[in-house]
Every structure is written in structure tokens, then in C-alpha cells.
Design a protein around this ligand. Structure first.
Ligand code: DGL
Length: 280
């Protein structure tokens, strides 16, 4: 285990962000928007994606390797951008390090528990995240009165990665997945997978105006900002021109990653490097 003591964390150290692949860029994008001085080391496990159909043991093993990789950059915080890894591995990761580790589930759950009026919350996510029932656990810890309805939507990830964000095929699949949530009259829907914010307009149109969509990517960046402020770790240095503020690493297919990343993040991703994650 690489020891990195929280007592020596530097304000201008980077934030480590990781996901099973490209989806976590929706979280990285929110961090860039909300705390623009921060440096980011992003890792996407493109060789081993998807996590959403894998076991807890496998996702935890992968996540621990990535934690060790990110810690080699002396990061001051780690954001588990992947919902599946947050559901399965967060508690194990927290035991491995004494720097703060934030997952995306708790911030999303907190907002959903706050905004629901009728106490009926829907969660859409991968099979693994729904099966783990971790969103339900976190929401219930905050509000015992609510009922949570989980629905796995495994086809959304490939549809988003195919670029079919605004497409009749995505509309059709979304209607099939969401009908049962509409029928049970939820008033809040958690977009519990990294990819879903990219089809937010489709999901919102189908659910209708009476349903509030909760985006854990946005809520996580907000919580991260609060955490950094509370620990006096917010970077107060404005990044210098030409500084490599955002660095991207993947376990395979760096060019494909870069193309997709540039369609999501408008800052211009100059490079993505492939590394051997099995070494960590
Ligand atoms: N990043 C994953 C999540 O948020 C979705 C893709 C995958 O299954 O790996 O759950």
C-alpha cells in the first residue's frame, strides 16, 4: 500500500478522478465548471469496462489498483466518479488510504432525499448499482419515510457511447425502461450512472415536468468543493497558461477515449496516455 498522509496534503495538489471508462468525464466536467482552479488526474479503465455487469470482488480489486495509481501523483482527494465502483468499493477504498475519498452515490442520495415531496424516488443505474441497493441505503439513512424504486437500464451505456444521445432508438428504449417508474408516480429520479446526464433531455422529456432529475455528477462536484473548503485545501492559485491542468490516463484505446472526451469536455483534451493498470 502506498502511504500518503493527509497531514501533508497540498492545496495545489491534483484531485484524482476515476471511472470504468469515459462516463466519469461527466463528473470531471462538473469539477472543472464548479472549481476551475483545480488540477485533475483522470483515469478511465477502458480496457476493463464495463463495471456494471461485474462482481463486487472484481470491481473492488480494479478500484484498489486505480487508487494506488492515483496516489502515485500525490493527489489530495480521490473522486470515485463511477456509480458502480462507488456502490461496490467505496468502503474498501476508504480503508486503504487516509486521504478523503468521495463517491457519487451519497451526494446524489442526499439531494434526492431533500427534493422529494411525495416520498417516491426512482433510481436508474447499472445492474450492479441497482443490485447493491446502496442508493436505497443512503437515502433511507437520511429519510426513512421514502420509498425507492430501482430500475437497471443496461442499454443506456452503449447507446450513449455510440453517440445516440438524441435518437429515436434511445427514445424508444428509454420509454420502455421508464414507463414503470412513471406508473408508480415517482416525483424524483436519480440519474445513477455516469452516462445518463448525457441523455438528460430525453429522460426529462419522457418523465415529464413533475419529476425532478437528480444528477449525482453535479452534486458530487458541489460536495467536493465544500469538502476542500472545509479542509482548507481549495486551490487558490489560478492555473498558469500552458500548464497541464488536466491529465488523462486510460488502460486501453487512448485515441478513442480522446475523441469521446473532446465531445463532452469543451476545454480541448490534448492527450490521453495508456498505462498498464495491472502493475499497481
Ligand atoms: N461508469 C459506470 C457507472 O456509473 C457505467 C459504465 C460501466 O458499466 O462501467 O456505473
Amino acid at each position: 500500500m502506498i502511504q500518503q498522509s493527509s497531514s501533508v496534503l497540498q492545496k495545489n495538489a491534483p484531485i484524482g478522478v476515476f471511472d470504468s471508462g469515459v462516463g466519469g468525464l461527466t463528473v470531471a466536467r462538473e469539477i472543472m465548471r464548479q472549481i476551475p482552479n483545480e488540477k485533475i488526474i483522470y483515469f478511465g479503465d477502458t480496457a476493463r469496462v464495463p463495471y456494471g455487469s461485474k462482481s463486487k470482488e472484481t470491481v473492488t480489486r480494479f478500484s484498489k489498483q486505480i487508487l494506488r495509481f492515483l496516489q502515485s501523483y500525490q493527489v489530495k482527494t480521490i473522486v470515485v466518479a463511477c456509480n458502480t465502483a462507488s456502490a461496490y468499493a467505496l468502503e474498501e477504498l476508504e480503508k486503504e488510504t487516509d486521504i478523503p475519498v468521495i463517491g457519487v452515490l451519497k451526494p446524489g442520495a442526499k439531494t434526492a432525499a431533500e427534493v422529494t415531496k411525495n416520498g417516491r424516488i426512482g433510481v436508474i443505474a447499472t445492474e450492479a448499482t441497482i443490485g447493491s441497493q446502496m442508493y436505497s441505503k443512503y437515502i433511507k439513512e437520511l429519510n426513512k419515510q421514502v420509498t425507492i424504486y430501482g430500475k437497471a437500464c443496461p442499454l443506456f451505456v452503449p447507446l450513449v457511447e455510440e453517440g445516440l444521445w438524441q435518437d429515436p432508438v434511445t427514445d424508444e428504449i428509454a420509454k420502455r425502461y421508464l414507463t414503470e417508474l412513471i406508473d408508480i408516480d415517482i416525483d424524483t429520479l436519480i440519474l445513477g450512472c455516469t452516462h445518463y446526464p448525457l441523455i438528460r433531455s430525453t429522460l426529462g422529456r419522457i418523465m415529464g415536468d413533475n419529476v425532478t432529475l437528480v444528477n449525482p455528477a453535479y452534486e458530487t462536484a458541489r460536495e467536493l468543493k465544500e469538502l476542500l473548503i472545509s479542509k482548507n485545501l481549495l486551490n487558490d492559485e489560478v492555473p498558469k497558461l500552458g500548464e497541464n491542468q488536466y491529465q488523462f490516463y486510460v488502460s486501453d484505446g487512448a485515441d478513442k477515449f480522446k475523441t469521446f472526451a473532446n465531445s463532452i469536455i469543451k476545454y480541448g483534451i490534448l492527450s490521453a496516455k495508456t498505462i498498464n493498470i495491472e502493475q499497481y
